[in-house]
Design a protein around this ligand. Sequence first.
Ligand SMILES: Cc1cc2nc3c(=O)[nH]c(=O)nc-3n(C[C@H](O)[C@H](O)[C@H](O)COP(=O)(O)OP(=O)(O)OC[C@H]3O[C@@H](n4cnc5c(N)ncnc54)[C@H](O)[C@@H]3O)c2cc1C
Length: 265
Amino acid sequence: MYNLTYKRAKSIDEAKQFIGANPDAKLMSGGMTLLPTLKQRLAQPSHVVDIGGLAELRGIEVKGDRLIVGAATRHFDVASSAVVKKAIPALAYLANLIGDQQVRNMGTMGGSVANNDPAADYPSAVLALNASVVTTKREIAADSYFKGVFETALEAGEIITKISFPLPKRAAYAKFAHPASGYAMTGVFVADFGGGNIRVAVTGAGPGVFRWKEAEAALAKNFSKQAVSGLAVKADGLNADIHAPAEYRANLVKVMCERAVQSIA
Ligand SMILES: Cc1cc2nc3c(=O)[nH]c(=O)nc-3n(C[C@H](O)[C@H](O)[C@H](O)COP(=O)(O)OP(=O)(O)OC[C@H]3O[C@@H](n4cnc5c(N)ncnc54)[C@H](O)[C@@H]3O)c2cc1C
């Protein structure tokens, strides 16, 4: 780890101003991704600005037809929240599949969505549920937020404050976890908003989360496992590594989607 200065922010405004004045500073929420990165000397920020303890960034509530989750809300709090379990049970289920107990006790939704690891779970829920990423500058629709491997629409100094999810009629997540890390080899989130408005988002299989539009169209006509079974997933462009070739992940996309649909239907 390189030397750096640790700063605990007292408010979002203070963090915003500090990051604005110190372009080499880095935000830290749960630290579950940032700390290993620093320990491996893969980043050398001048400061770490800790926003994980800010009460104004925490909390879960339903407001009208939306579920709002504060950016510094930990995975454990999402997984165990009675509000989330009632509003979007699939989101609580997903949160409970992230990493292990230690990671869930520290990692946060905002940190995960800001980091946009191609194998992270939350991006699939944010995209399939057509959520908005609310920041200190603006509100970004999920469809224009995720840009690729660890890339998002966030600009320098922009802080995610909350994620706002529209409530689906029904939704489900199915994940094939890497046996060592727990990250998604492939995870598929299916959301049905009624009236044929189905959204399917895939994580882990490609260089970033993506919508599987063929499955959305097929499920809009016939919401059944069989509708997905008839589809072919091309391996082109999917991830291939020592854990699995692209063809294996292509098959996982279909199987995980079938499982998600089956668990709903
Ligand atoms: C062993 C292990 C297993 C894991 N398994 C999984 C898994 O199965 N599935 C999964 O999805 N994830 C997994 N993770 C990652 C975990 O979910 C992290 O918690 C998450 O990726 C980052 O959240 P964090 O709050 O710890 O962010 P941090 O590490 O604090 O920050 C991550 C990045 O986001 C930035 N950032 C943080 N908060 C904000 C904000 N509010 N606005 C703007 N930028 C911000 C930081 O500057 C940093 O660049 C695992 C991690 C570990 C260590």
